[in-house]
Design a protein around this ligand. Structure first.
Ligand code: 5GP
Ligand code: MN
Length: 322
């Protein structure tokens, strides 16, 4: 499926629900904002709905105040566009609204995508869903406006680790260049997202770094964010974004892992990053999660030590094979 096929599908409907995954980041929110704008410019009605609130650092983008938690009672949509989600369960509570009479349009770039829609446009080789929404603007021959450009730039910037990860291509840069030509200021976009940490967040980073450990072979590094650390530093879970990169940055490390106590008893959120040799999507999938080859995650239930032991054993096994 391509942007043109999705264009044909979109043309058939007038009322859309646009959703993305729980705990959304730049790609999820950026795509929702750009797509809602595209649909409204086509004269269609569209509502953005997410289970989780928009992270504080993304709220500088215009339109984020319109991301709803509940659907308006009189809004009877025909099609649900699900962005940046490998499977329908990732939309969380929003799935309750997606009854069998609704047409699901799935636009995503996760390797683990389950083609859960009626219309599935899944490009596993593309940096971000943001690049795909850009293609949709091109398919509709719409001139990109500033706010749309900013939203797509943020989507692409955040999912490529600011144009550093292996998913960054010359095309990614060409798209970014075009978005900059529409008025996006890269310095400002970067600063808004990555240079607005609170002192609490940095204190939390300090605490988490104290837990950093490395396997004897130096291939797996991991660290923890516990409930106590969050309490002690008064940092938010949002402030844990990026901590995992310190583990990944160690020379020789092939798998980095971050264990987070989410607040719900016995529920540990595990994030994985790799340098490309190990497919951490497979690692996450083993524990019921998913993602990409170099970035993935899952939730594991159990006590801290037991979860760590179990996940570490699997990760070490995979790292040993390379
Ligand atoms: P993060 O570690 O930043 O939360 O997520 C990294 C990547 O893994 C993202 O692309 C995200 O969509 C995916 N991911 C994280 N947690 C889960 C999960 O529990 N299930 C699935 N299927 N994917 C996840
Ligand atoms: Mn993405």
């Amino acid at each position: 499926m391509s942007a043109n096929k999705i264009k044909t599908a979109i043309k058939k409907f007038n009322k859309f629900l646009i959703s993305s995954h729980i705990n959304p980041e730049g790609d999820a929110i950026g795509c929702q904002l750009a797509l809602v704008s595209l649909l409204r410019r086509l004269g269609k009605k569209a509502v953005m709905l997410n289970e989780s609130p928009v992270p504080h650092v993304l709220q500088f983008m215009k339109g984020t105040e319109n991301v709803l938690k509940e659907i308006p009672a009189d809004f009877n949509f025909q099609a649900a566009v699900i962005l940046d989600c490998p499977d329908l369960s990732r939309v969380g509570r929003v799935s309750e609204y997606i009854t069998p009479d609704k047409v699901v349009i799935n636009i995503d770039h996760h390797i683990s995508n389950e083609n859960f829609g009626k219309h599935n446009w899944v490009d596993r080789n593309i940096s971000s869903t943001g690049e795909m929404i850009y293609d949709l603007f091109k398919a509709f021959k719409l001139k990109i406006e500033y706010d749309e450009a900013l939203a797509m730039y943020v989507a692409i910037m955040t999912d490529t680790g600011s144009f550093r990860y292996t998913n960054t291509t010359s095309r990614t840069h060409r798209i970014a260049a075009e978005l900059i030509d529409k008025g996006v200021d890269p310095y400002e976009a970067f600063g808004r997202i990555y240079e607005t940490s609170s002192l609490q967040d940095i204190n939390l980073l300090g605490e988490a770094l104290q837990t950093l450990k490395l396997t004897d072979d130096g291939k797996v590094a991991w660290l923890w964010v516990t409930k106590e650390m969050l309490k002690k530093t008064k940092a938010s879970l949002e402030g844990t974004e990026g901590i995992i990169n310190f583990a990944r940055s160690i020379e020789g490390v092939e798998i980095a892992m971050l264990f987070r106590e989410t607040g719900t008893e016995g529920r540990i959120k595990v994030s994985f990053r790799s340098k490309g040799k190990v497919d951490v999507n497979k690692l996450a999938a083993f524990f019921g999660g998913g993602g990409h080859v170099t970035a993935s995650g899952c939730t594991v239930f159990g006590k801290m030590k037991a979860v760590e032991k179990k996940v570490l054993a699997k990760a070490q096994g995979m790292a040993r094979d390379i």
